[in-house]
Each structure stands twice: as structure tokens, then as C-alpha cells.
Ligand binder design. Sequence first.
Ligand code: FAD
Length: 349
Amino acid sequence: MLEYIIVGQGVAGSCFALKLLKEGKTFLLLDANQNKASSVAVGIYNPVVLKRFSLIWNAEEQLRLMHKYFSEFEDLLGEKFIEKIPTYRILKNEDEIKTWNKKSAMPQLMPFLSDEIQNTENQKINSPFGYAEVRQTGRVELGKCISKFAEYLIKKKIYRNESFDYSELNIQEDKVIYKDIQAQKIVFCEGFNVLNNPYFNYLPVIGVKGEVLEIETESEIPKAIWKAHNFLMPESGKTCLTASTYDREDLTYEPTEKGRVEMKQHLEEIYTGNYKITGQKAGIRPTIVDRRPILGNHPNYQNLYILNGMGTRGTLLGPQMTEFLYNFIEKEKPIDREADIRRFDKFLK
Ligand SMILES: Cc1cc2nc3c(=O)[nH]c(=O)nc-3n(C[C@H](O)[C@H](O)[C@H](O)COP(=O)(O)OP(=O)(O)OC[C@H]3O[C@@H](n4cnc5c(N)ncnc54)[C@H](O)[C@@H]3O)c2cc1C
């Protein structure tokens, strides 16, 4: 008898599995390795919402746990995944400069927003009004981290590459039985595919498709996350990533011409040099109607749990939501109301 089954190994399932390893709990992870948003994600973390110049929910604690979890992945897997990279917000006009000056003087934003407006010598960066630095930002190579972690779990024989067949799940009062496996609890971390889970498909999950372009620029640009409407981030040498799109209508997993055109247009707001496109990927963000994650157990089956709704911010949310869910299950600590699945019990018919 295992303590847990985990279904899904994106950033959510991986963080939860890491927590179980650290706590010495027994588990088996099942993953179909399909349509994984976490492998498409660039993995940028940024505690500031740059459209409104406000801090994200739980910003400091999310940052702390993000560094803790991904450092633990680094130690366990012997590879580097976290790269601290400043974000340079390109300022569009005099009004934005005024807003920046006001916001960067606010005590809660001071640790994150530099009060200095800078200019670059690089002629290819389109910033006639200058740019300003957002601190404590960077990138986690989520795709690499997750695939290395899968290799680790396979070696430990606690990972199966298979699609979970919901019709084979037998739920009993004190355990679940799935094929040849018995466990005390099951945690579903299926990302957008939760809509195919008959136990949790009542939840108001709206997929938001996103695309990312890989380009090669004519010359190297300075290492930073250059941010206007979209961002441009050099990855290595002249290879850069630029993203993203937000499409709630087309929920297919394929990259599109429309997405490419849109990203090229937004790229012009940042970069004026020549480039060629070398890759394009698409994925679907698991977003909840109220833009908050979703955690907890099923209203009718107490040993069925969910960890989902990471939306646009899986890198920062994965670790903290794992802590919330683990503490709820093992220590009976209530889940933060904003992320608690109980807010949607009324949706279950
Ligand atoms: C273009 C794009 C760019 C993004 N950039 C960023 C970024 O820079 N920073 C950031 O923080 N976030 C970013 N995101 C958002 C981020 O990708 C998501 O928040 C996060 O990946 C969601 O993780 P997840 O584990 O919930 O889902 P997923 O990563 O989708 O993982 C779900 C897993 O469950 C498995 N699964 C599902 N159903 C089953 C089943 N029945 N049986 C077995 N396995 C199953 C799938 O195979 C998959 O591996 C981006 C997203 C996109 C699309």
C-alpha cells in the first residue's frame, strides 16, 4: 500500500512529488507525457504585474519557496535550472516614466522596482524613452528540470509513463485502487487535461493557449528579459525566446500562423534588428475563472485531491501551492481561501 498516487508530471506534479520525497512518503507518479504546458513554458518568474505595476498575490513567500524548491531540484539532479536575470521594462512614453517614478517610490514595490531610468547603447533595442529594472526576476528551465526529474523517478521505479484511465479507479473509504496499485490518496495534477477527469471536470477551468517563438538575432543582445507588451530573452548566444499569446478560442496544441504574426508584431516594440525564426511551440495554460489556483479534495471523496490552476505562473505557484496542499493533507492546515477548491462546491451537480 502506497501513501500517494500522483497523476501528471508538469510543474505541479513535480513539485508535489519532490515534497513527498523530502518528507519520506511513498508514491507512484503516472504521466502520459502529453501536451505538457510546463515543457512549453519559458519559466520566467517575476513578482510584479507589469501591466498594473502591482505585486502578485503572496509575492515574497512565492519567491522564497520557488528558490527553495528549484534549488532542491538542482541538488537532487546535479544540474542548474535557476538563472537570475533582470527584467528591463521598456517605457513607452513620458506618462509611463511618471508612473514608474511614482510606483518605484512605493515602499512595498521598492525592493522590486529600481528608481533609475536607463538607456542602452544597443541600437537594435527599441527604447527611445529608456527602460527600468525589475529586480528579483529570472528564469527556471522548467522543461529541462521536469525531464531530468522524470529520469530520476524512473530509475527509482516510482514513475510510469502511461495515460491514467479514470474508469479503472476504484475509490474506497480509506484507499484508492488503480489497476495493480493501492494507495491511501490520489492527487490529480493534470493541467488543462483535468477537463477529461470525470471527478473534477465540474471545475471552471478555462484554457488559455499560449505560443512562444525561438529566434536567432543578427547579433547578440544584452542578457535580460526585455519587456514591452511581450518579452524578448536571449537564451544562449544569438538564440532568443519571445512570447506570448493569450487565446481562449483556439484550444488546440499546435502552433499557428496567427500566433506567429502576433508575436512578430509585438517583437518590433522591443527589437528592430534582423532575425530568423528557428522554432515555435504552443501549450494550454490551466487557468481558473477567478485566476487563482485550485487545491483541496473532492466534495464527495475525501481521498481524491487536486493541484491545478497554475495559469500563467506555474514557476512561482507550483512550490507554494504544493506547500498549501501538503499541509492541508498531512497537517490539517486550512488552505488559503483564495485557492481552496471549496469555493466551487456549488458547481458540482
Ligand atoms: C507559451 C507559454 C508560456 C508560458 N510561460 C510561462 C513562464 O514564463 N513562467 C511561468 O511561470 N509560467 C509560464 N507558463 C504557464 C505554465 O506553463 C503553467 O502554469 C504550468 O506549466 C502548468 O503546470 P501543470 O503541472 O499544472 O500542467 P502541465 O505542465 O500541463 O502538466 C500536466 C501533466 O499531466 C499529464 N496528464 C494529464 N492528464 C493525464 C492523464 N489522464 N494521465 C496521465 N498523465 C496526465 C500531462 O501529460 C502533463 O505532463 C506558460 C505557458 C505557456 C503555454
